[in-house]
Design a protein around this ligand. Structure first.
Ligand code: PLP
Length: 416
């Protein structure tokens, strides 16, 4: 059975995503121009480090039971703490502590947002998020949050301006939560520390909670220093002496191509984190996945191998990024936006699809078998409109990206 078959063949509708409906339509027609090329989800289903997979075969029997610590397997937690501290350049002081998340980081973010909402004054909570964004609204809106988006422009590569951040915050009556995603999905921009600091400052000025999402921290190429949003936040807290609830998460699924393992780090103020892992999170989840944490610990223990793997992956990514940018003509304004800090490229749809990006995505899928996503990568059906761009995931091999662009060209769907 093919990989996609193994994941989708069932007698129920596997999910509600629009592109999965198109995928099935394309496959039912016998995949007329070749196997579907999956560039919508940020997922390769391969490229996982061999040593990480090998470690999975060596797990001791006790790892199949519940674990005891709500902070995660101690062996992994200690290694992860050192790894996060070093790579994210966090101070050594006791102002933060780390727990392992074994439920992915999305559910930890949701738990945090729910906690913050529970503490907020009466009235509708509001979350400030830079647009376009990963699907934070997907868990915030159902919790009752209103979204306040910081508008950005394609001509600025969708990098937020400090003025706009301040103006958006000022226009909100009840600022409850500020979300910071400095290695930005979908643009791949690495926000400068001043931008991160301004987001932190608007939160501190209003007593709002702060959610740092460092999902792509580990994928920048050599020579690019990713902004450590968590370090900026800790510095601001130390400078101002202010206290607001905050959490910083980092998914390990992206950098090590093991999203299905759902492992990530949770960093927060030690007292808060203790309550968060021991009271908030067990409301819905027990201590699972020890075998995965054990294997991740074996892998993280080999620092040189981890660094070499990340170096190779990110240099391959640079080649793919340059290839896609070149193919689209590298137009500086309104052309491809493919920052160095996340494995995505945004490119403008052909003029005739402006305002109807969904139709462009549909045609790419059903006519070329090329699956792309909107600039708002959502895990649900939504009314958010496009902004003249679509997103291509750059994780798969160069040959796959080359074929995808060829197919778009042949189908008349390559933007001119
Ligand atoms: C920006 C961003 N944050 C968080 C996540 C969620 O990662 P996890 O698998 O840890 O829940 C993703 C996954 O796509 C992401 O792109």
């Amino acid at each position: 059975m093919t990989l996609l078959g193994a994941m989708l063949d069932d007698d129920v509708r596997p999910n509600r995503l629009q592109d999965v409906a198109w995928l099935r339509e394309y496959q039912h027609r016998g995949s007329p121009v070749g196997d579907p090329l999956m560039l919508a989800l940020g997922e390769t289903w391969d490229h996982t480090p061999k040593a990480l997979l090998d470690a999975l075969r060596e797990v001791p029997p006790h790892t199949h039971g519940y674990q005891m610590s709500m902070y995660g397997l101690p062996l992994l937690r200690r290694l992860m703490k050192r790894y996060v501290a070093e790579s994210q350049r966090l101070p050594e002081s006791g102002t933060w502590e780390l727990a392992v998340s074994w439920t992915g980081t999305r559910s930890a973010m949701r738990d945090f947002a729910s906690y913050v909402d529970g503490q907020a004054q009466a009235g509708q909570p509001t979350a400030l998020v830079v647009a376009p964004a990963w699907d934070y609204a997907g868990f915030l809106e159902p919790l009752g949050y209103r979204m306040a988006y910081v508008e950005t422009a394609a001509s600025d590569s969708f990098i937020p301006s400090i003025d706009e951040i301040r103006a958006t915050a000022e226009a909100v009556d009840e600022l409850t939560l500020v979300v910071i995603n400095a290695q930005h999905n979908p643009t791949g921009n690495n926000w400068e520390p001043e931008i991160v600091r301004s987001l932190v400052d608007v939160a501190l000025a209003r007593g709002a909670a702060i959610l740092v999402d460092d999902a792509y921290f580990g994928v920048c190429p050599e020579g690019v220093t990713p902004t450590s949003a968590t370090a900026v936040l800790l510095e601001a807290l130390a400078d101002t002496g202010q206290i607001v609830p905050w959490v910083s998460v980092r998914s390990f699924g992206k950098q090590f191509h093991c999203n299905g393992w759902a492992i990530g780090s949770l960093v927060a103020e030690p007292g808060f984190l203790d309550d968060f892992v021991n009271e908030t999170r067990p409301q819905h989840t027990y201590n699972y996945g020890t075998h995965l944490q054990y294997a991740m610990a074996q892998w993280l223990a080999d620092g040189p191998a981890v660094n070499e793997y990340l170096r190779r992956e990110s240099s391959e990514l640079e080649v793919k990024r340059a290839f896609v940018a070149e193919a689209f003509g590298n137009r500086p304004n309104g052309g491809v936006i493919a920052g160095p800090a996340a494995p995505y490229a945004l490119f403008p749809v052909p003029d005739e699809f402006l305002g109807n990006e969904q139709e462009y995505l549909r045609r790419c899928a059903v006519r070329a078998g090329v699956f792309l996503s909107p600039t708002w990568p959502l895990a649900r059906v939504s009314q958010l409109s496009g902004n003249g761009f679509v997103r291509m995931y750059l994780g798969p091999d160069l040959a796959v990206l080359t074929e995808a662009l060829e197919r778009l060209g042949k189908a008349g769907l390559f933007p001119r």
